[in-house]
Design a protein around this ligand. Structure first.
Ligand SMILES: *Cc1c(COP(=O)(O)O)cnc(C)c1O
Length: 480
């Protein structure tokens, strides 16, 4: 009895054992574990089965390649793809400089060297070479932080969320913390000031309104239960229009009159005042310290441009209490963070070297002329690859700082726009993400926009390769 064509096709799918013996797959045997090869072969066989069952007609069935060599080629590609690291390099063409989903800051070469040095040898992480006794891991960066910020003492923990939690736990547990309603911010889904306060065991006392908080509101809220006044920098949004906030010096004056420390959560660690260069109004850490904030907290990997870290600077007696709190051990940093942070901070001893060598600051201060030149070069290169399949042009646009910093800063840039002629723009974007080095841009209406501001050295070539792949091999192969 003749079976249906579909069943005949199903029977022609090569067996896993045959696929493992095919040259294209056997060739990988020395490089990849047999379990990975077997799983790839079984996976491809299953995909073929589904493709056959889903084929609408005989023509579609005939288009499915089932000969051993073709299927073994698919197995080989799948096995190699599975052996790739999951955490991969991507090209950030979004123009968002501190992109939390893309790993925030890229480290300077000096920080990378420092990382390699401590990763491949024993270090004096907690060893005092002078006395020959146990040392303090924080001391390696504390000196630099004191010199750069003017604070008496410093401590580094895992990230700024941990820094805020630790500071509040150490200084305000069981007591009250006064915060303006205009500063009860959420930074990323899981970090909300009221919830962090609750976690720390402190009680939140809200004062003022969303748009207006006056000194008198704070004065009325202070009682003998108050532990501290907390100011939170509204890093990822601005309240504009009919507004009033209390300046840090005024808050500090009130704190001094009542014997209360002011804790300033700055979010982004900004050491170099860029307002002169026309970039935003972000307060610097030095300004907070000079204004008299008793404790200032900020991130290491936002505008500071270093590794993920939460940095706490402030009065010696308070930083000491924070350091001795049991939570400090739970959120401590490792040697990699300390090494990369020390090397990054060293660059800040001179503003010019920070601007030239800290990638985050370099991208932030790129000139429009430099961006326009890079956009023209990239467009020319992509036109050669795209031929007549994609219209490539340049157009004015704006980059973003990202990472919850300078939310209203408009950084003028020159974008490269890609308008595909034989596929949708979302399909082109998907293929560029699926290539050997994923390229991430911004889809706006009918165009995929690439911002040269966040392209790193060598990325132009990666984008060109990705486009060639997306229009060629990547277009033929199903995006898995
Ligand atoms: C970003 C930010 C945080 C959280 O910092 P992480 O380093 O991401 O943990 C806390 N407070 C403010 C004001 C921030 O901007």
């Amino acid at each position: 009895m003749a079976s249906s064509p579909r069943q005949q096709y199903l029977r022609r799918i090569p067996a896993v054992s045959a696929l493992l013996e095919a040259p294209a797959v056997r060739d990988l045997a020395g490089r990849l574990p047999r379990t990975v090869l077997a799983a790839a072969a079984a996976g491809v066989a299953e995909t073929l089965r589904r493709e056959i069952l889903a084929a609408p007609d005989e023509a579609a069935l005939a288009g499915i390649a089932l000969d051993l060599d073709a299927v073994a080629g698919r197995v080989r590609r799948r096995a190699l793809a599975q052996a790739e690291p999951r955490l991969r390099r991507v090209v950030n063409a979004t123009g968002i400089i501190v992109h939390t989903n893309l790993g925030r800051s890229v480290l300077s070469p000096a920080a990378v060297d420092a990382l390699v040095r401590v990763a491949t040898a024993y270090t004096n992480l907690e060893f005092d070479l002078e006395s020959g006794e146990r040392g303090e891991r924080h001391e390696h960066v504390a000196d630099l932080l004191r010199r750069i910020t003017g604070a008496e003492a410093a401590l580094v923990v895992n990230n700024n969320a941990a820094a805020v939690l630790l500071v509040l736990s150490a200084l305000a547990r069981g007591r009250e913390v006064v915060v303006s309603r205009g500063q009860l911010v959420e930074i990323g889904g899981a970090f909300r000031i009221p919830e962090v306060l609750a976690q720390s065991g402190a009680t939140l006392v809200e004062v003022g309104t969303t748009n207006k908080t006056r000194l008198a509101d704070y004065e009325a809220a202070v009682t003998e239960r108050t532990a501290l006044l907390l100011r939170v920098h509204t890093s990822n949004y601005r309240i504009v229009g009919f507004t009033e906030t209390v300046s840090l010096p005024d808050l500090v004056a009130l704190g001094e009159a009542r014997g209360l420390p002011v804790v300033d959560d700055l979010g982004s660690g900004f050491f170099v005042d860029l307002a002169a260069g026309g970039v935003g109004d972000e307060p610097t850490v030095q300004q907070s310290v000079a204004a008299g904030a008793a404790v200032v907290t900020f991130s290491g990997d936002k505008l500071l441009g270093g590794p993920q870290a939460g940095i706490i600077v402030g009065r010696a007696e308070l930083v000491d209490r924070i350091r001795r709190h049991p939570l400090a051990r739970a959120v401590r940093v490792d040697k990699f963070t300390l090494a990369a942070l020390e090397a990054t901070l060293q660059l800040y001893l001179e503003a010019a070297s920070a601007l030239a060598e800290v990638p985050t600051l370099r991208l932030l201060t790129l000139t429009e002329a430099a961006l326009a030149a890079r956009a023209r070069r990239l467009a020319r290169r992509l036109r050669r690859v795209a031929a007549d399949r994609v219209a490539v042009a340049t157009e004015p646009g704006v980059s973003q700082v990202g990472g919850g910093a300078l939310p209203t800063a408009e950084l003028p840039t020159r974008l490269v726009s890609l308008r595909p002629r034989d596929m949708s723009v979302s399909r082109l974007a998907a293929r560029l993400r699926a290539g050997p080095v994923p390229v991430l841009g911004r889809v706006h209406r009918d165009a995929l926009l690439l911002d040269p501001r966040t392209l790193l050295p060598g990325d132009d070539a990666r984008v060109a390769e990705a486009l060639a792949w997306a229009l060629g091999e990547g277009g033929r192969e199903r995006v898995q």
